[in-house]
Design a protein around this ligand. Structure first.
Ligand SMILES: [Zn+2]
Length: 353
């Protein structure tokens, strides 16, 4: 080997170089391959990690998607429900409309029934109206009862019963008889009798009888002595009436009537004091008959006045004979349809002329 020539040495060196080159090349290749494998492995891991992440993401996604889907689904459900509700409403409304239409159609189909219903309603309404009007009529009739005949004076027959010279010891019986026949009356009282029968006088006022004054003396010479005398007697009687019964009155009747005693001057005097003088148009003459004959006399006079359409104002006296026969007169007047009324201060008085 020592004896290798230059040529051999160069060849050996080249051989070593080649071998070395091959080895290096192999190692390089090997390293590259390993790197590539490692890179490839790393890439797989990366990919797997990423894949796992993706999977996780993918796992999460469906949950979220499910949530979203659920949310959406809920919203959709809500919307759907709303739609359903709308639809239901629509259906209902449509069903209502249909019902309405049906009912309308039924109405169209059965106008007679509707007409009947309407008639019934009208009848009911009219019945109610009638009831109401009846009630109104009843209530108003109750209220109008006294005034109804004032509206139609021609259709009523009124009689004014008047009793002078009381009150007496028979005034209680007189009031009871009058009440028994629902007959109101007017009393023209004398002042001494008011004092004497104060209790009865008060009772008469309470029972609704109308009270007038007849003076104090019942003596022509005294009461008609002067205009002042007439006024004084009436004023005195009124004061006593007020003291005993609590009421005063403007109604007066002078003894024996106004004619011929009450001259214009006298009349002016009592009028100035606010008194309203009442005479009569039916004289019972009970003071003269002193029995039941006055009744027939009164009836004849009433019939005479009735034929002339004049309202009778009957003069009687608070005396036993008159009171005893009074029912006979009251029966007659009621049968004739007369209504008994009291004289009040609003009436135009009947006076002699
Ligand atoms: Zn008299």
């Amino acid at each position: 080997m020592r004896r290798l020539n230059k040529k051999g040495k160069i060849t050996l060196f080249s051989f070593v170089l080649i071998v070395a080159a091959i080895f290096i090349g192999f190692q390089f290749y090997k390293n590259q391959t390993e790197n590539q494998t490692a890179k490839a492995a790393a890439g797989v891991v990366k990919n797997s990690i990423s894949k796992n992440v993706t999977k996780e993401k993918e796992v999460e996604k469906p949950v979220k998607q499910e949530k979203v889907k659920k949310t959406i689904g809920n919203e959709e459900k809500t919307k759907h429900k709303a739609k359903e509700t709308e639809v239901t409403k629509e259906n209902k409304s449509s069903s209502n409309e249909q019902k309405k239409q049906i009912s309308k159609e039924e109405e169209k189909k059965a106008p007679a029934k509707e007409a009947e219903k309407k008639e019934k309603q009208d009848k009911n309404h009219s019945t109610e109206t009638e009831k109401t009007s009846n009630n109104v009529e009843k209530s108003s009739e109750e209220m109008r009862k006294p005034s109804v005949h004032m509206v139609k004076p021609s259709e009523e027959k009124v009689v004014y019963l008047t009793f002078d010279d009381g009150p007496s010891n028979r005034v209680e019986d007189l009031m009871n008889i009058l009440d028994e026949y629902q007959a109101k009356a007017t009393f023209f009282w004398l002042e001494p009798n008011i004092k004497r029968f104060g209790k009865e006088a008060t009772e008469a006022v309470k029972r609704g009888f109308s009270i007038g004054l007849h003076g104090v003396t019942h003596d022509v010479k005294k009461i008609y002595a002067s205009s002042e005398a007439v006024v004084n007697e009436m004023t005195t009687a009124n004061t006593t009436l007020k003291q005993i019964t609590g009421i005063s009155t403007r109604l007066i009747r002078t003894p024996y009537g106004s004619y011929p005693y009450m001259t214009p001057k006298y009349m002016q005097a009592v009028n100035d004091k606010g008194f309203i003088l009442w005479d009569w148009n039916v004289d019972s003459m009970d003071w003269k008959y002193r029995d039941s004959r006055y009744v027939n006399d009164v009836i004849q006079q009433v019939e005479s006045l009735e034929s002339k359409n004049i309202t009778p104002v009957i003069l009687m006296h608070d005396k036993a004979e008159t009171i005893n026969s009074l029912p006979k007169l009251l029966v007659y007047l009621k049968k004739q349809g007369f209504i008994f009324k009291t004289i009040d201060e609003s009436l135009v008085p009947v006076q002699f002329k």
